[in-house]
Design a protein around this ligand. Structure first.
Ligand code: NAD
Length: 492
């Protein structure tokens, strides 16, 4: 296998060294000793994009060996030195933004401007944590013992394992890695086999930024083979995962015997609640974004759109008209909606639509595959979706919107909270008291009021219930990769 069998000229990647097929361990690029590789394809065309090395469990363990060895030095250098390397990594991501975005479009399928947006969003975390690395990590405690002085130290936890999904192949890695590296931890990372090239390009830039060997490692291959040696290795002191709730639970169980810190960013099932006093046009515009960004494949995606009955018909009319205007196409053409990631994702759209229609929902638009190719699905709106429809109970993860009416604030609060998920909820209202009540009563880690975009480096991102554990971003995202040490000194 060559280390760069990727891309035809179509992609116009200027810096070809960003295209890597081998795993990056201890500052070197590694093919699998077995020669095994995994195929990666372009979801828009089905074309074969390239191959990445499929490392064995022993080779994956070797990444932990390297990270463990590097930890001693990395955790003890001055935070300012770590910050300088992180800063350089950030700058390189911006310098290569266009290439990184195009690599992402080819393997993930998302529209080019969304891919550019993700590179900028992901790089923001690196910049943020480059600064955060320098903040104080010691706190005094008012002594309760005579002649004693007390301090709390935040110390890096050790080797950290990061497992990232295909829907945000770049930003989910930078969001986790920058926090861990800034804290003084070393990293072993495993990207989704469907979108490994974005992570490998980040590894190439990490090398250029000057991370010492072993500090940042990216291991490709079959997920169970690569990740299981990490969950069961007591040298791996924290594991941060973004992906499905199902795999999150599996990794949680696998990690139990080694008692790791766990950060889990799992599925969502976001409600959008539009009250009759809302700014209707704005609510439509924002809900369209909350539903169709990332072609609907977003953990923050609006899965249940509740609209108060007096404005229900008007909202539906405007939302359906706006959905019909959405363009569908190959990511490089920068449409509104690209392909889905794989055949399973497409089958889920078909199943949710068929189920809702069988139970009495109305199909307002879409509702079928798109002529562009086997992974394209038409932007779809279902109205009057009945309470027992699957789409109101499972994450759809695609471009199908489900709208239903409600009659009162207590009723909609109860229905919105009636889910095992708790990542984000959206509220549209112009009544300040109502906004306050809803912000308090919604059982979600994040509440967005009269807008959709709320995330970014300075805020702690994360969910409650089965949407996950812990937070990413902000100071809290870095603290997840530290242990608190209490020191008590006698000065009498
Ligand atoms: P997934 O759970 O299938 O895969 C996520 C990662 O886990 C990938 O790297 C994959 O290789 C790895 N993995 C899969 N099976 C594994 C196994 N048996 N052992 C170890 N690792 C394994 O999820 P996905 O389909 O890639 O991503 C979509 C899901 O991610 C959705 O549910 C979405 O809501 C969620 N998500 C959550 C957030 C968030 O921040 N809460 C962000 C993005 C995506």
């Amino acid at each position: 296998m060559l280390d760069a069998v990727f891309f035809s000229g179509e992609a116009d990647i200027k810096d070809k060294r960003l295209i890597r097929s081998f795993s990056y361990i201890n500052g070197k690029w590694h093919q699998a000793a077995s020669g095994e590789a995994l195929l990666v394809s372009n979801p828009a065309t089905g074309a074969h994009l390239g191959e990445v090395a499929a490392l064995s469990a022993d080779e994956s363990r070797a990444a932990v060996d390297a990270a463990q060895k590097a930890f001693q030095t990395w955790s003890e250098i001055l935070p300012q030195q770590r910050a300088a390397i992180l800063r350089r990594w950030y700058e390189l991501q911006l310098e290569h933004k266009e290439d990184l975005a195009r690599i992402m479009v080819l393997e993930q399928g998302k529209p080019l401007s969304e891919a550019r947006g993700e590179i900028g969003y992901g790089a923001d975390f690196v910049e943020f944590y480059a600064e955060e690395a320098k903040r104080p990590n010691v706190e005094g405690v008012t002594s309760h013992l005579p002649d004693a002085e007390m301090e709390l130290w935040r110390e890096p936890v050790g080797v950290v394992a990061l497992i990232t999904p295909w829907n945000f192949p770049s930003a989910m890695l930078t969001r986790k890695a920058a926090a861990a590296l800034a804290a003084g931890c070393t990293v072993v990372a495993h990207p989704s086999g469907e979108t490994p090239f974005s992570a490998l390009a980040l590894a190439e830039l990490a090398e250029r930024a000057g991370f010492p060997p072993g500090v940042f490692n990216v291991v490709t291959g079959r997920p169970a083979t690569v990740v299981e040696p990490w969950t069961t290795d007591s040298r791996v002191r924290a594991l941060s995962f973004t992906g499905s709730t199902e795999v999150g639970k599996l990794l949680y169980r696998q990690s139990a015997d080694t008692m790791k810190t766990l950060v889990m960013e799992l599925g969502g099932h976001a409600p959008v609640i539009v009250f009759k006093n809302a700014d209707l046009d704005k609510a439509v515009e924002e809900t369209l974004k909350a539903k169709f960004a990332t072609s609907g494949q977003d953990c923050l995606g609006a899965n249940r759109i509740f609209v108060e009955r007096p404005i229900y018909d008007a909202f539906c009319e405007k939302f359906i008209a706006a959905t019909k205007r959405l363009t569908v196409g190959h990511g490089m053409e920068d449409p509104d909606i690209g392909p889905l990631m794989n055949a399973t994702a497409l089958a889920k759209q078909e199943a949710h639509v068929a189920d809702a229609l069988a139970k009495g929902a109305t199909l307002a638009c879409g509702g079928a595959r798109h002529a562009l190719g086997p992974l394209f699905y038409q932007p779809t709106v279902l109205t009057d979706v009945p309470e027992d429809a699957l789409i109101l109970h499972e994450e759809t993860f695609g471009p199908v919107a489900a709208i239903l009416p409600f009659d009162s604030e207590p009723e909609v609060t109860q229905r919105a909270n009636d889910t095992e998920y708790g990542l984000v909820a959206y509220v549209h209202s112009t009544d300040p008291r109502q906004i306050h009540r809803m912000s308090r009563r919604l059982q979600f880690g994040m509440v967005a009021v009269n807008r959709t975009k709320v995330t970014g480096a300075p805020i702690p991102f994360g969910g409650t219930k089965q949407s996950g554990l812990g937070r990413e971003g902000a100071r809290q995202g870095m603290e997840a990769f530290t242990e608190l040490k209490y020191v008590c000194r006698d000065w009498g």
